[in-house]
Design a protein around this ligand. Structure first.
Ligand SMILES: C[S@@+](CC[C@H](N)C(=O)[O-])C[C@H]1O[C@@H](n2cnc3c(N)ncnc32)[C@H](O)[C@@H]1O
Length: 201
């Protein structure tokens, strides 16, 4: 799918994502993963700012998204939660931060949407400080083969409608990137991947 079409798809969903953000009363998985964020923090494909509720106020935050409508919602969320932040409107793939810039890199629900997620993770390896953390809260293929078959069948339709792949093997993608997995937990029959990682040494 071409870039303009993908941006348009996410622009159209920005209001829905903001509603979801405002409705959430405390997501245990997000809290567990993102309560520990610290220092100079990069959040890729921030969407409408779903994670601000969980970040410590002390961080120095940079948020990126290629959808102007999503980024506007994220800016509003940052203000609401009083997080010191800056935002970049860009494709993640086109960013050029110096090596070893960030203490923490956060990604939630983003590896489903890049054309080449391994390439993006390799960028995290460069941008993250060697003693920094890469936190991935992602969705992908489930552990059950029958349900996985349905995910694969549904994938073309869902991708066309919302811009997210449903059937990616997130663990396999992370392994191919050489980002080092410190801990991985899966929930919802394996659909949700919680990965604590560090950059390759
Ligand atoms: C499924 S949403 C997740 C949003 C948010 N991280 C969350 O947890 O709610 C995917 C987000 O990725 C953004 N996105 C997708 N591909 C991108 C790319 N190549 N560069 C920058 N942003 C991208 C979309 O605009 C959208 O905001």
């Amino acid at each position: 799918m071409e870039k303009e079409r993908r941006i348009h798809l996410f622009d159209k969903q920005a209001a829905k994502y903001e509603k979801r953000r405002k409705r959430q009363s405390g997501n245990g998985w997000r809290r567990r993963m993102f309560g520990s964020v610290k220092g100079k923090t990069l959040e890729v494909a921030v969407g409408a700012g779903m994670n601000f509720n969980y970040f410590p106020k002390s961080i120095e935050y940079t948020g990126v998204d290629f959808s102007p409508a999503m980024l506007e919602k994220a800016k509003a969320a940052a203000k609401e939660y009083a997080i010191k932040s800056e935002f970049v409107l860009s494709e993640v793939e086109n960013l050029s931060f110096p090596e070893n810039t960030f203490d923490t890199i956060v990604s939630s629900g983003t590896l489903c949407s890049y054309e080449d997620p391994v390439k993006v993770l390799k960028l995290f390896n460069k941008w993250c400080k060697k003693d920094g953390k890469i936190l991935l809260l992602e969705h992908g293929i489930v552990e059950n083969a029958v349900l996985g078959w349905f995910q694969k069948r549904l994938n073309p339709f869902v991708l066309k409608r919302v811009g997210c792949h449903q059937d990616r093997d997130i663990l396999e993608i992370v392994r191919r990137s050489s980002v080092e997995i410190v801990n991985c937990e899966r929930e919802l029959l394996g659909y949700l991947y919680m990965i604590w990682a560090s950059p390759d040494k």
